[in-house]
Design a protein around this ligand. Structure first.
Ligand SMILES: Nc1nc2c(ncn2[C@@H]2O[C@H](COP(=O)(O)O)[C@@H](O)[C@H]2O)c(=O)[nH]1
Ligand SMILES: [Mn+2]
Length: 382
């Protein structure tokens, strides 16, 4: 693995190259988590960046207890990739933009929603109306186009036709996950839950429901968009990057938490850059205990949200921000969010993916570029 997996302590490492943007504050948060009771190992991915108390872009393995606060409030957030039947060469951006429409509000097709809820085991509840919606922050849906193929066999094994558009959906469990974390922290604070206790079982049941909700949500967002643009589609992959699961590694049975970390033990995954950068479809290679069976889940933030508008608004208007250097279009009518999610706010995806390649963790299958990114048609969302 060369020097791409850097040891921080006997329990902590970070995957990075010399060119990977890595903030000291994020590394400090990572090392702090390694000192939590029962924590055996923590691994920062190249997209590591500071979070609210705990870092994002990392995996954590503990024994005897687990920590819901490490997973955060967007339980089950993840990336779903769909193959569409739309020909990339003949796509008209104006037409696609018009047809995509507005998916900010609740779904009108209640039968489709109910059917998906049944398939995914989602019980009816207070958050039903959010199913099929993206939510705020850095959630998005994006039509993409393959622009470089590195491994044609692996691409066709996934059922991907490089000439047709792909649809990437990034969202999670919306208000449900937030409610689960809030009620947990209100009662138990940040001290974690001991294996096998009724409190641990109760959290895991709610966490499981949030994972199912998140999968169902990504599927409905994709179905809704496909119906709007009058296309057919097939799901290629759907992978959570915020969750905790029982795991055996490092000679122990314990709990693997992922907060903005993509599993390396569930087949190929797509690692997105930003709305103005490429994404990479990769094949995980080594399933390494050292790096906790995990990969980067994106490029990772470079700038905090509150700094973005001040840095960019004199350089670019919101209308200019709606076009990217890769020729793609962005639907984001929220004038604050369009700056907060600017490509400049994220690390360069090439440096992140190169660190994973250098560490021997992935092989490249294909690179994609954005065509049309959907954030929100409204002034605000969530
Ligand atoms: N292709 C796009 N990638 C994007 C966009 N906005 C964010 N991102 C990437 O996704 C991850 C998600 O991070 P998370 O912590 O919220 O799960 C982020 O690190 C970026 O690399 C986009 O509009 N298009
Ligand atoms: Mn996410």
């Amino acid at each position: 693995m060369g020097n791409f997996v850097r040891t921080l302590s006997d329990r902590a490492c970070v995957v990075a190259s010399d060119t990977t943007w890595m903030e000291d504050a994020a590394v400090a948060q990572l090392v702090t988590t390694s000192q939590l009771e029962g924590m055996r190992r923590v691994a920062g991915m190249p997209d590591l960046h500071p979070g609210r108390g705990y870092p994002v872009g990392a995996a954590f393995f503990s024994v005897g207890r687990f920590y819901p606060a490490l997973v955060g409030n967007d339980i089950g957030c993840g990336m779903a990739l769909w193959q569409t039947d739309l020909k990339a060469a003949s796509v008209s951006l104006d037409k696609l933009d018009r047809r995509v429409g507005n998916i900010d509000g609740a779904m009108e097709d209640e039968a489709l929603r109910m059917q998906a809820m049944t398939v995914h085991g989602v019980a009816p509840g207070a958050h039903d109306a959010s199913l099929g919606t993206i939510g705020g922050g850095n959630h998005f849906a994006e039509f993409q186009q393959v622009d470089t193929v590195f491994d044609a066999d692996a691409l066709s094994a996934l059922g991907i036709d490089a000439k047709r558009l792909l649809l990437l959906v990034h969202t999670g469990s919306r208000g449900l996950g937030e409610r689960v974390l809030r009620s947990h922290v209100d009662t138990f604070g940040h001290r974690g839950l001991v294996d096998g206790t009724p409190e641990a079982e109760a959290y895991l049941a709610q966490h499981g429901a949030a994972l199912r909700y998140a999968l169902c949500n990504r599927e409905l967002v994709a179905q809704r968009l496909l119906a709007n643009v009058r296309a057919d589609g097939q799901r290629v992959l759907d992978v959570h990057h915020n969750f905790v699961a029982p795991a055996q590694m490092l000679g122990a049975t314990g709990w693997l938490h992922r907060k903005g970390a993509t599993p390396s033990d569930q087949g190929p995954v797509l690692i997105p850059g930003s709305r103005g950068d490429h994404s990479y479809l990769v094949q995980p290679l080594a399933i390494s205990d050292d790096t906790l069976h995990s990969l980067a889940h994106g490029a990772g933030r470079k700038w905090i949200r509150s700094a973005c508008k001040d840095r960019l608004f004199k350089l670019m208007t919101p209308t200019q921000m709606g076009r990217t250097v890769l020729g793609s279009r962005v639907i984001c009518n929220d004038r604050q969010l369009i700056y907060e999610e600017a490509p400049q706010a994220y690390k360069a995806i090439d440096s992140v993916v190169q660190a994973l390649v250098g560490a021997g963790l992935v092989a490249l299958i294909a690179r994609t570029k954005p065509v049309l990114t959907y954030k929100t048609r409204g002034e605000c969302c969530e």
